[in-house]
Ligand binder design. Structure first.
Ligand code: ZN
Length: 344
């Protein structure tokens, strides 16, 4: 039995003992959790008890954005040792599956993912995990930054799939954590400018603290005209759709240059309409990105190099004993909160 933050049912969290049935194999490591970030998906499960087809039917431990310290290594583990500070990739694929063997292990249908029902998350003091999905943090990267690698990896996946070219101009739709982190990845990948849109002026203000990220005014109808003005009537090379909002998809072709790329990252909660003809007549490439594969090392390297600084995005940290307070604050969705974290 271990203490954990358990979602009992929608809007009911408890901090209680639960049997997590953790077993330790020769390729696993046991980790003491140090910091766990609260993700939009954790909050969504808290509010609604489901995300699309994933429904919480049994009490489930939340949390999947984790950093910790290695306590014990299985007999076959050679790249880690006790005491290493690490961050953890929360999705466990079958490494011998067809998807894994072609490098798309994030798409393995048998993949289990922390805090996606029925799998428990990491808001508990200790976890075991396959060592292959555990990454050592360099000296200059804190545990709090390490817990930001998971959402940063989403942005890394998006820019990798989009094949960003040096000098590209990108539009990012949505200035929540994923939007801002995707914008930072786009800049690191070579975009010369990122124009960001969000209906919340406060969120845009947070994003535009970073050099290279510029605001688009908060009128979705006027967006194509604004983007054309900002790009000398050319249109953006890329649009990273991080909002999942129907309105963002509706006019997206009008933001892009001929031959530009639409990268879909945000998950709409209901099917959305897109003007396919408008996309066809510009030969827009549509790229999708789901979670991530093979990007953690590069995300950590960007943090260590200082090319991406996530520290300004960590709005507040709560002790594990106050996890429920942290979720109640996350539920308020204050526009000036970007990432809330829980520490142990
Ligand atoms: Zn997340």
């Amino acid at each position: 039995m271990a203490k954990a933050l358990v979602l009992e049912r929608p809007r009911e969290l408890t901090l209680r003992d639960i049997d997590l049935q953790m077993s330790m194999g020769p390729q696993d490591v046991r980790i003491r959790m140090d910091v766990v970030g609260i993700c939009g998906s954790d909050v969504h499960y808290y509010r609604h008890g489901r995300i699309g087809p994933f429904v919480v039917t049994e009490p489930m431990v939340l949390g999947h954005e984790g950093a910790g310290t290695v306590l014990e290594c299985g007999a076959d583990v050679s790249h880690l040792r006790p005491g290493d500070r690490v961050c953890i990739e929360p999705g466990i694929p079958d490494f011998s599956s067809d998807a894994s063997r072609i490098g798309l292990y994030n798409l393995d249908p048998s993949l289990t993912f922390w805090a996606t029902p029925p799998v428990h998350g990491c808001l508990t003091p200790e976890v075991t995990h396959p060592a292959a999905l555990v990454y050592r943090l360099p000296d200059g990267v804190s545990q709090a930054e390490g817990a930001m690698v998971e959402p940063l990896a989403v942005g890394m996946q998006a820019v990798s799939k989009a094949r960003v070219m040096a000098g590209d101009v990108a539009v990012v739709m949505g200035a929540g954590p994923i939007g801002i982190l995707t914008a930072l990845c786009a800049l690191a990948a070579g975009c010369v400018r990122v124009l960001i849109f969000d209906p919340s002026a406060q969120k845009v203000k947070t994003a535009t603290q970073y050099p290279g990220i510029e605001a688009l005014a908060a009128h979705p109808e006027g967006l194509p005209a604004q983007v054309m003005t900002q790009t000398g009537n050319r249109g953006a090379d890329l649009v990273f759709e991080c909002s999942g909002a129907a309105a963002a998809f509706a006019g997206v072709a009008g933001l892009l240059r001929p031959g530009g790329t639409l990268v879909c990252i945000g998950m709409p909660v209901t099917p959305v309409a897109m003007d396919i003809v408008a996309l066809i007549v510009k030969e827009i490439h549509i790229v999708t990105a789901f979670r991530y594969a093979n990007v953690y090392d590069r995300a950590i390297a960007l943090l260590a190099s200082g090319k991406i600084d996530v520290k300004p995005l960590i709005s507040a940290s709560y002790p594990f004993t106050q996890s429920i307070d942290a979720f109640e604050r996350a539920d308020q969705a204050r526009p000036d909160d970007v990432k809330l974290q829980i520490f142990f």
